[in-house]
Write a protein that binds this ligand. Structure first.
Ligand SMILES: NC(=O)c1ccc[n+]([C@@H]2O[C@H](COP(=O)([O-])OP(=O)(O)OC[C@H]3O[C@@H](n4cnc5c(N)ncnc54)[C@H](OP(=O)(O)O)[C@@H]3O)[C@@H](O)[C@H]2O)c1
Length: 270
C-alpha cells in the first residue's frame, strides 16, 4: 500500500498502530515523532522507520497523518502541523473523546478526518478499533484506514454519535475484564489455590471463554446454559452473581464511563 505516513506520538497505543501500519506500508514511507526524543529514536530503530525531531517534519508531504497523543495534547499538535499539511492529506486521530468537528475546526483546509477508538489488546493484534468519519470523509478514506489498522485486530465503523458508548464498552472494557480476572484469582486464593495457579486459571478461563464466544457465534446466554447443569455448581455460582447485583454493576460501570466520555467531549467546547 503506497502511503507516505506520519505518526505523531509513539506511546502505548501509537506503537500498536505503528506495528499495524508496517504490515501494509513500507517502513521507508513512515516517519514518527514523539515528545520524548530518546524513546522515539529507540522505537524508530526497533521498527526500521524514520525518526524526526519535529512534528512538522513528520507531516510535510505525508498522505496520512495519525495523531496518537493524549487528548489534552491534540489541540497543540494540530496548531503546529496545520500550516504544513498538504491539501490531500487524510488525518486520523485515535484520541479518546476528541470529536472530528473539533479537529476540522482547527485545520485550515477541508481535509478528511477519521476518528478511531482502539483498545489495548491492539498491542497484540487482538483489539477492536472503531472508526467514524468526519464531514469531508468518504467510504474510500474509511477503507484506507481500515486497511492501515487491520493489524490491530477487528476494525468496525459506527456513526460518530455512537463513539461515547463505544468508548465505554471496548475502549474501557479491557479494564473491566482485568478487574474480573483479578477478582476470580483472588477467589481462587480464598479457595486454597496458590496465587500463581489461581491467576493462571482465571486468565486462561477469561481468554478461552472470550475466544469461544467470538468463534462460536452463539449468544452468551446459550453458552452459559451449556455449562449450567440442573442443580449443579455453575447455576449456584450464577445465582450468587445475580444476588450480588453483578449484572447491574456492569451496566452501571458502562454508563459511568459513557457519561464521563460525554463530559470530556463537552469540556472541549468550553
Ligand atoms: N491506552 C489506551 O487504552 C487507549 C485506548 C483508546 C484510545 N487511546 C488514545 O490513544 C492516545 C494515546 O494514548 P497512549 O495510551 O498511547 O498515551 P501515551 O502512552 O502517553 O503516548 C502518548 C505519546 O505522545 C507523546 N506526545 C505528547 N505530546 C506530544 C507532542 N506535542 N508531539 C509529539 N508527541 C507528543 C507523548 O510524549 P510525552 O510523554 O513526552 O508527553 C507520548 O510518548 C490517547 O489520545 C488516548 O486517548 C488510548
Amino acid at each position: 500500500m503506497a502511503s507516505d505516513t506520519a505518526l505523531i506520538g509513539v506511546g502505548v497505543m501509537g506503537e500498536a498502530v505503528l506495528t499495524s501500519l508496517l504490515t501494509v506500508v513500507d517502513p521507508a514511507q513512515v516517519r514518527i515523532s514523539d515528545g520524548r526524543p530518546e524513546h522515539g529514536r529507540e522505537r524508530a530503530a526497533a521498527h526500521g522507520v524514520r525518526w524526526v525531531e519535529q512534528n512538522v517534519e513528520a507531516v510535510a508531504c505525508a498522505d496520512v497523518v495519525i495523531v496518537a497523543v493524549k487528548p489534552k495534547d491534540v489541540a497543540a499538535v494540530l496548531a503546529e502541523i496545520d500550516p504544513v499539511l498538504g491539501p490531500e492529506v487524510l488525518v486520523v486521530s485515535i484520541a479518546a473523546g476528541i470529536p472530528t468537528a473539533f479537529i476540522e475546526s482547527r485545520l485550515e483546509a477541508p481535509v478528511p478526518v477519521v476518528r478511531v477508538m482502539p483498545n489495548t489488546p491492539a498491542t497484540i493484534g487482538q483489539g477492536v478499533s472503531v472508526m467514524s468519519p468526519g464531514s469531508h470523509t468518504t467510504d474510500s478514506h474509511l477503507d484506507q484506514v481500515a486497511q492501515l489498522l487491520s493489524g490491530t485486530g477487528t476494525v468496525l465503523r459506527v456513526p460518530e454519535s455512537d463513539q461515547d458508548a463505544v468508548t465505554a464498552i471496548s475502549g474501557s472494557g479491557p479494564a473491566y475484564v482485568f478487574y474480573l480476572i483479578d477478582a476470580l484469582a483472588e477467589a481462587g486464593v480464598l479457595g486454597g489455590l496458590s496465587r500463581a495457579t489461581a491467576l493462571e486459571l482465571a486468565t486462561r478461563t477469561v481468554a478461552g471463554a472470550g475466544a469461544m464466544a467470538a468463534a462460536s457465534g452463539e449468544h452468551p446466554v446459550v453458552l452459559r446454559e451449556q455449562v449450567s447443569s440442573p442443580a449443579g455448581t455453575t447455576v449456584a455460582g450464577v445465582r450468587a452473581l445475580d444476588q450480588h447485583g453483578v449484572r447491574a454493576g456492569v451496566v452501571a460501570a458502562v454508563e459511568a464511563a459513557r457519561a464521563r466520555s460525554v463530559e470530556l467531549g463537552r469540556s472541549l467546547e468550553e
